[in-house]
Design a binder for this molecule. Structure first.
Ligand SMILES: [Zn+2]
Length: 658
């Protein structure tokens, strides 16, 4: 419900350019607009009324004085238009920013919107489109890499190194270089010229320093780029580094295969959604494969190789009962708020993690505080803001080992790396959880083993059934645990997953896979920082952290690695072009068909890839060889020959590769 339109909002509405002359925005009055927005039933609105609503909502939103919230805009009005007229041109245009009367300039590069999905089902459909495109250009589906980033809810802008532009209508925007002249920094102290991004404000800073002066962070984004003199509080936020320009290329991300994305969708969503201390209104999922991106291209509105996942949010005001510190495997102590149990999006919520202890301290989260709790669909609920603060209780000692905690930027850290039970136990739990091929070594079992002095992964593999029984496990349980340990080595897992299980900072699955596409598992431990930076996607800072992390786990790694795990080796994908040319199958497109006698078809495909071939599932004009196993129909062979494809028997193929 909207009760009133402010003078500020009305003046923006009056400047909307009514191109089709179907609605006289310049004459619309306060009560007319209110009545329009408060219509009981959107399906009863005429399409023109619906368009008016969208245009008004969009114009005031862009100008920094929103009338309705995002989910209402997207979920109610935009969705209704889409339902009614799926081909309507409004759905295809980039939502223009209301920068009336200001001079616009050509953007160095088009800035498109992102297509939106509201369910996992829609994400799966998008993946199918990727796979279809991959097949059409004979791009190996296993090489499709997916990148997931937070969808920042800021002010879209483009930095070409000289000027900063607003997104405008996607083709022409305004020159707002003045924001940099006012001292605006690029996030992470990065250099200028990194292209598209968003101007954003740290959420904790806004809540703490700016919320009494501004209604919402959008007002501030507008103030940062305002032509007139910048507001004193906003200037302070710029000087404090709380307002930054965040280039998309620099943002926290998850990378991995489409299988990992589908398998771990919820946890990936959750961690990316909460990865930054800025307003986030969804996550962006895209492929990084250049060939695919070029082939799929874009509509006028969005890139086809990218999609945003958004969910409708549900929120409630909840009382905090107490805040408990929990030490993670890295030593970081997380504040977990126990809450008055509350129903949200169909689930009862009784605890939520607070971003970090600095937030507990500055925003006053403690027993008796009232917080706004938000749950976005599948994602674990988070504390959006503090409504009533209290004097917070900060722990001095690690809840697990009683070591004096130290501050490291926004976090409290337990510095006791070697003897802290929580860190040790969580490291062991992380190992088995990441391997993911057995489920017997969860928190309860690990806690019991740790109490008996088991502190290392390789110690667990030295256990016998008798020892387990002597620790108090029942005969059956002990036997079962032994079987599970054997299974953890015999059930095949990817080598990148094995590496990720050691829990090195910044070495989650995606980065492990990327490193292993260039170096073998063993060779990684001898890789220099410089060598790592040469690989696409590793900046110096991450490389240094990974280098140090690998050195820390090296001893333990080489005690566990020789235990005969059944590892699936990541194929080396990008050799230097010289090396690549020397491979026997480089530049060849191969399709395997029928059942093979020398090994499984999957193994043969993998081997072919290692030898430089591109492997596809079906024969096209681009196919070099069709390798036929047993029981292949004559039709299939004739069809291939007609396309000019050379048909090889399995033994001819084996001879070819030597
Ligand atoms: Zn500790």
């Amino acid at each position: 419900m909207i009760t009133e339109i402010s003078a500020q909002q009305l003046s923006i509405i009056h400047t909307i350019n009514d191109q089709d002359n179907q609605s006289a925005f310049s004459k619309m009055q306060n009560d007319e607009i209110v009545a329009l927005f408060n219509s009981e039933d959107v399906s009863a609105l005429t399409t023109i009324e619906l368009l008016n609503l969208l245009e008004i909502a969009n114009a005031v939103y862009r100008a920094g004085y929103p009338l309705i919230d995002d989910s209402e805009y997207d979920g109610t009005y935009f969705a209704e238009l889409k339902r009614r007229e799926p081909e309507h041109p409004y759905l295809q245009t980039v939502e223009a920013e209301s920068v009336v009367d200001a001079k616009t300039v050509q953007l160095p590069q088009k800035m498109l919107s992102t297509d939106k999905a509201y369910s996992f089902n829609e994400i799966e459909k998008w993946i199918k489109r990727l796979l279809k495109a991959a097949e059409e250009i004979n791009f190996d589906a296993d090489r499709i890499e997916i990148r997931v980033t937070p969808k920042l809810d800021g002010y879209a802008a483009f930095d070409d190194g000289e000027k900063l532009y607003t997104r405008g209508d996607g083709v022409r925007g305004q020159d707002i270089t003045r924001a940099f002249k006012r001292g605006l920094q690029v996030a992470g102290n990065s250099e200028r010229g990194l292209g598209p991004g968003e101007i954003v404000i740290k959420k904790s800073y806004f809540d703490n320093q700016l919320s009494e002066h501004f209604e919402n962070s959008r007002n501030i984004q507008a103030a940062i780029i305002a032509e007139k003199k910048v507001d004193i509080h906003v200037q302070q936020a710029i000087d404090d580094g709380a307002c930054v320009f965040f280039p998309f290329s620099q943002i926290e991300n998850w990378q991995g295969s489409r299988h990992s994305l589908v398998n771990d969708f919820e946890s990936i969503c959750e961690s990316i959604w909460n990865a930054v201390d800025y307003d986030v209104d969804g996550i962006i999922i895209e492929t990084t494969a250049e060939e695919l991106k070029q082939y799929m291209g874009s509509t006028r509105h969005h890139h086809r190789w990218q999609i945003a996942f958004k969910v409708n949010e549900d929120s409630a005001e909840v009382e905090v009962l107490r805040v408990i510190p929990q030490t993670s495997r890295t030593g970081r102590v997380s504040p977990v708020a126990e809450l008055q149990p509350t129903k949200l999006s169909g689930a009862t919520i009784s605890r939520a993690t607070v971003h970090h202890y600095n937030m507990v301290k500055t925003n006053g989260v403690g027993a008796g505080a009232i917080v706004q709790l938000v749950r976005s669909g599948l994602v674990i609920p988070k504390i959006e803001k503090v409504i009533k603060s209290v004097e917070p209780d900060l722990p001095n000692e690690c809840p697990s080992c009683s070591t004096h905690l130290i501050w490291e930027s926004d976090h409290l850290i337990c510095p006791n790396k070697s003897e802290c039970p929580a860190q040790t136990e969580n490291t062991l739990i992380h190992f088995f959880k990441t391997l993911g091929n057995i489920d017997g070594f969860g928190p309860k079992v690990i806690e019991k083993l740790h109490a008996e002095g088991i502190k290392k992964i390789h110690h667990i593999y030295q256990l016998t059934q008798e020892t387990l029984v002597s620790y108090g496990f029942g005969d059956k349980t002990a036997e079962n645990l032994m079987t599970q340990l054997r299974s953890s080595r015999s059930i095949q897992i990817e080598d990148w997953r094995f590496l990720a299980a050691f829990g090195v900072t910044r070495l989650a699955g995606g980065n492990c896979e990327k490193l292993l596409q260039h170096h073998s598992l063993e060779a990684l431990f001898d890789l220099s920082v410089e060598g790592m930076v040469e690989i696409d996607g590793f900046a110096t800072l991450s490389a240094e952290a990974i280098f140090e992390g690998l050195a820390n786990v090296k001893e333990e790694f080489f005690k566990v690695y020789p235990l005969d795990f059944n590892l699936e080796i990541t194929p080396i994908v990008s050799l230097s072009s010289e090396d690549e040319d020397q491979l026997v199958l480089s530049g060849k497109n191969i399709v395997f068909t029928g059942s093979m006698t020398t090994g499984s078809r999957g193994d043969m495909e993998k081997k072919a890839k290692l030898l430089g071939a591109k492997v596809a599932k079906s024969v096209t004009g681009k196919t070099t060889y069709l390798v036929t196993g047993e029981k292949v129909g004559a039709n299939k062979i004739n069809a291939a020959t007609d396309k000019g494809v050379e048909v090889l028997t399995e033994s001819e193929y084996i001879e070819l590769i030597g």
